[in-house]
Design a protein around this ligand. Sequence first.
Ligand code: ARG
Ligand code: ASP
Length: 710
Amino acid sequence: MAMALLIGWASCRADEGMWIPMLLKKYNIEDMQKQGFKLTAEDIYDINQASLKDAVIGLGREGYPFSHFCTGELISDEGLMVTNHHCAFDMIQSHSSLEHNYLRDGFWAKTKDEELANPGITASILVRMEDVTDRINSQLTPEMTPEERSERIKQVSSMLEKEAVEGTNLQANVKPYFNGNQYFMSVFKIYRDVRLVGAPPSAIGKFGGDTDNWMWPRHTGDFSVLRIYAGKDNEPAPYSPDNQPYKPATFFKISTKGVHEGDFTMVFGYPGTTKEYLTSYAVEQIQEIENPNKIAIRTAKLNIINAAMESDELLRIKYASKAASVANAWKKWQGEVKGLNRFNTVETKQQEEKAFRQWAAGKPAYANLLDRYQSLYAERKDLVLAQAYLSEAGMQGAEIVSWSARVYNTLNSEVFQKNPQKVIEKIRAAAQEFYKDYDTETDRKILVEMLKLYNENLPAAWVPAEVQAAASKGVEAYAAALFKKSVFASEEAFNAFISKANDKSCRKLEKDPAYSLYASIYRFNADNIAPKLSRIANEIKRLDEVWLAALMEMQPERHFYADANSTLRVAYGKVQGYAPCDAVYYKHFTTLNGIMEKDNPEIYDYDVPQRLREIYEQKDFGNYTQEGEVPVCFIATNHTTGGNSGSPVLNAEGHLIGINFDRAWDGVMSDIQYNTEICRNISVDIRYVLFVIDKVAGASHLIDEMVLVD
Ligand code: ARG
Ligand code: ASP
């Protein structure tokens, strides 16, 4: 039994894994070529000459440039870039109003002058990677506590980062890989002027909406077009009208050849987080506690937001982006639970752990490893439940609560003491953004629901005092009073408050009911949850490091990959359909016909734009067809996760065939357990992107910038 399991482990299929570009030459390229890839490892990653990596962009935000929220790719020598519609959703939304409803109608800059700036968005290009494991390990001793280790690692990392970019305009970032068994430094050049060039209407870019999200068959034209700008010297510069389109070292050529089942594909981008080496104890908690409770809280939130959006077009704009992000994780958690159940992940892991216990018997380094996990997770159980409510229903429940904290913390800072006027201006700008998309009535309803759930679903010992007080007053009455009295409840009241802000304002806010509620939740966390959870997390982190090292020792033949950590990775596999259940096989591609089949003006998510209906009637498809039909999306076996959205999907020649944007429902558990039979990444076919740009948007000047190859 144990032997069979070991063999099962060792032979995981090639499609699984997210590989480190600088190590492809050593570990993967032979296999990739065997699967059909025609280029070399140096074509993908080379630090001495241009390689494909120079055309892959990590999209981030000022202040957090290394936590890439999405990926993009360069497709012209003038800095033109594509990513997903949902990746640029915030940008499109913030440029939208009832007069210029770019979310609904789409947006296309006719000239470069019309391209719209997006302050705060960053575009990182990887310059090089370096293995710094030895330099970090040499600073660690076995005597260190988990906290001391973490602290030391942080110190050494930041020293290495500084040293690596001294005297340059680059930025470096060290991250742990393989649960901290190795460390790599990524050095980036980070551009800071990223403009919106075009986006299709949401009825194309978000076609199917949250109904089809995480599902296959899919018909979403999930793409948008951006452009990177640089200073006159082609180097990063903050936004300026004088900036020039960035001239990249290289960019992706676009393949019009078509996509066939069995074709080699590779995804090159910035996957965020996976947890493939969790123990059964951890998976059990995700499946039984964390996901179900977070799902329940978000269901309540979404019921309110969706009803508001249905009732009014302005509310639809205001809440579009918020609803999409709440719904996205909400649905993913459900798919994840379903997949973990279906594939008996916990049982499989228990079997593996049993085999491990046998192997580890008599090896002192690993003695009690699993027992220590078990007791830490037992200790963590109630805490994660409490934390789910604290964050989902408390801190990120009603927006008035988090907004009050943001203002309070800004006013309570040293910067405010030094330069009050400047800080007030900053708060005013943030307030304008906040109230633009805020609806008091919707938020009040959310607060009521959150307070209710918080009290009903948790034992009183885990409920902060003020949340309990709300229940004893009656949550409706409590919320009504809060919204009546709080200065945060309306833009007018807030403006009146902030125009008189001075060094006593914080004291005043401490009596504000919205802030008081926040303060009570915050204090409860600081006293009862955060310190314990962070100690446990640190101990688990240390165990995770040992656990993975042990697995590697136990299975010397197995080819391990490092969990995703928002660094650049390569996943490769094949274009392939799949069987979701008995008697059903899903084809690997969808077409425009399927959009028309779904068309229904009565259903918001399926209301096809009139222009697209006309093109379909007239069969005005240009060259964007395969066997007479316009392809829309396709699926493949590439191992991807959140953050991979917008990633280039390449063929065997390294040409762009699609833009990655999602995964198929039956395989959404792939962050925890990948399964080649059923896990599929979903991409929008690049020919559909061209079709929409050309035929729907009439923006063929953009296509003229690109290089199309057969
Ligand atoms: N599920 C995809 C991802 O995780 C797409 C999300 C955006 N679409 C949406 N309907 N919310 O990001
Ligand atoms: N939709 C995800 C993203 O935004 C991709 C995924 O989770 O598969 O990165």
